[in-house]
Every structure is written in structure tokens, then in C-alpha cells.
Design a protein around this ligand. Structure first.
Ligand SMILES: NC(=O)c1ccc[n+]([C@@H]2O[C@H](COP(=O)([O-])OP(=O)(O)OC[C@H]3O[C@@H](n4cnc5c(N)ncnc54)[C@H](OP(=O)(O)O)[C@@H]3O)[C@@H](O)[C@H]2O)c1
Length: 253
């Protein structure tokens, strides 16, 4: 029997790599997508292959329509079907700028990468998924606490993630009749390259009670949650928003 294939965008680094590790351990084959060359991603790919998973890497700028179309064509040449799509790839603004100052170039880059890319990749992959009635299919969107928390020094990021949260809901509604559950996973502050530049700031905020669990989140914390969703361990929860934020967003008085 052929093994099931998980498509993980941004799967060779950071949170995506944590997700890929958890899925590989659970017996999934992996199709990973990133902007970097395959040579740059090779150490991560070697580590994942060591689990026995079949791993393929696809270099693609998900913000570009033509690149995305080429990606889906290439995937179709390699696999009869994809069972799981994890929309994880994303970017933060290069400069955190107050919304009175922030420019439109950064806004466009974040919307194209964090929202337009995953929204239309999901459309293409969902069409492909629906060509066959395979059991165990699912789609996951990695959004952020920024889908809800307003940060005036990165409005573009917050808007992209709020939009992505609605995308997850829309696809959950649209694909439910076809038996494809769609989930939103909302990380808090996770130790990756994306947050390396603000490490000291969040060290202090975590020490000061930012989250109920006073530590940084790890890519593997997100990976474990996604693996549970992929196994079907939340069988009656399509459309759910699952926080992985150490309790950061629990309202307190
Ligand atoms: N870290 C956090 O605290 C945090 C919190 C909440 C949500 N998130 C979200 O979690 C996701 C992963 O973040 P991370 O912290 O792991 O970030 P990261 O370490 O910077 O990794 C980002 C990943 O996305 C890929 N990527 C970015 N733009 C892409 C594009 N245009 N086309 C294809 N791939 C692209 C990168 O590929 P390359 O490696 O090839 O560049 C990389 O693999 C993002 O959506 C982020 O917004 C992160």
C-alpha cells in the first residue's frame, strides 16, 4: 500500500520542520516547499529521511501565481494524491514599523505570502483532493495569535493572519460536505529564525507573565498538535481554532 503524503509549506525550517518531524515519525511521506535551494535545505531533509520517511523538496516562491501553478504540476507528476496540506510558510515584516509609518510594499509582500499564497494553494490542492474519495484527508492553516491580537508595529502581519483565519473557516465550510476537515492552528511566540531578532524582548515579556506557561514555544510543540490532527484524533472538530500559545490568549483580570 502506498504511504500517505503530507505537503508542508516552509517544512524545512522553523515551525514547519517541527511539523515535518512529527509527521515523519508518524509514518507520513513528506513533500516540503521552500524558497531556498534544495542544497540549502539538505541538512533538514537528511534528518527527516533518517526517520524512514520518503522526503521530496520543491523550491517555490508561494507568493507567485506562476510558481504556485508549477509546484502543483510538479507534485502531480510525483504523487498520485496528497492527503494532507499544511499551510505553514509565512513571513514577518522585514522592519517592524508603526502603522502611521509602515509602507505598502511590506503590506503587499505579507498579503501575497501569508494570505494569497496559502489561499490559492489550498484551492489547487483541494481540487486535486476531491478528484478521489480517499479517507484521512485534512488541511491545516498555521496562523498566529496575531490573527486576534492587535500589534500596531506590524499591522500588515496581523491583517494577513486575520485573513488567513477566515480562509481556514471558509475552506472548512466548503470542504465539509466532501469529508475533508480543515483546522486552524494558532501559535504564540515560538523560538525560530522568525523570532530570533526579538528574543530579548519576549524573554522579558514571558518572565513578566505574557503566557500562562512561562517559556518559549518550540516547533515541536506545534508539530505534536498537527500530528494529532493528521491522525484524526480530533474527529468532530472541523473549523476549530487550536491555540499553541502556552495560554497567552486566556483573558485575565
Ligand atoms: N515563530 C513564531 O513565533 C510564530 C508565531 C505564530 C505564527 N507563526 C507562523 O508560523 C509559520 C512559520 O514561521 P517560522 O517561525 O517557522 O518562520 P521561519 O523560521 O522564518 O520559517 C519560515 C518558513 O516559510 C518559508 N517561506 C517563507 N516565505 C515563503 C515563500 N514565499 N514561498 C515558500 N516558502 C516560504 C521559508 O522557506 P525558506 O526556508 O526556504 O526561506 C521557511 O521555511 C509562519 O506562517 C509564521 O507566520 C510563527
Amino acid at each position: 500500500m502506498s504511504r500517505r503524503v503530507a505537503l508542508v509549506t516552509g517544512g524545512a525550517r522553523g515551525i514547519g520542520l517541527g511539523i515535518a518531524r512529527a509527521l515523519a515519525t508518524d509514518g507520513w511521506d513528506l513533500a516540503l516547499v521552500g524558497r531556498r535551494s534544495e542544497a540549502e535545505a539538505q541538512p533538514a531533509l537528511d534528518g527527516l529521511s533518517g526517520t524512514g520517511a520518503g522526503v521530496r523538496y520543491f523550491q517555490c516562491d508561494l507568493a507567485g501565481d506562476a510558481d504556485r501553478r508549477r509546484l502543483v504540476d510538479d507534485l502531480r507528476k510525483c504523487y498520485p494524491s496528497v492527503h494532507l496540506l499544511i499551510n505553514n510558510a509565512g513571513v514577518a515584516p522585514s522592519v517592524r514599523a508603526d502603522i502611521l509609518e509602515a509602507d505598502e510594499e511590506s503590506f503587499d509582500r505579507l498579503i501575497d505570502t501569508n494570505l494569497r499564497g496559502p489561499y490559492f494553494l489550498t484551492q489547487a490542492v483541494a481540487r486535486w483532493m476531491l478528484e478521489a474519495d480517499a479517507p484521512g484527508r485534512a488541511i491545516v492553516f498555521i496562523t498566529s495569535v496575531s490573527a486576534e491580537a492587535a500589534s500596531t508595529n506590524r499591522g500588515d502581519y496581523c491583517i494577513s493572519k486575520a485573513g488567513l483565519s477566515m480562509a481556514a473557516r471558509l475552506w472548512a465550510v466548503r470542504l465539509a460536505p466532501h469529508g475533508v476537515p480543515v483546522y486552524e492552528v494558532r501559535p504564540g511566540v515560538i523560538a525560530t529564525d522568525m523570532t530570533a531578532g526579538v528574543r530579548a524582548k519576549y524573554d522579558a515579556m514571558l518572565a513578566d507573565g505574557l503566557a500562562l506557561q512561562a517559556r518559549w514555544g518550540l516547533p515541536d510543540d506545534v508539530g505534536k498538535v498537527v500530528a494529532a490532527l493528521a491522525r484524526g484524533d480530533l474527529p468532530y472538530s472541523t473549523g476549530a481554532i487550536i491555540p499553541v500559545d502556552g495560554g497567552m490568549m486566556v483573558p485575565r483580570l
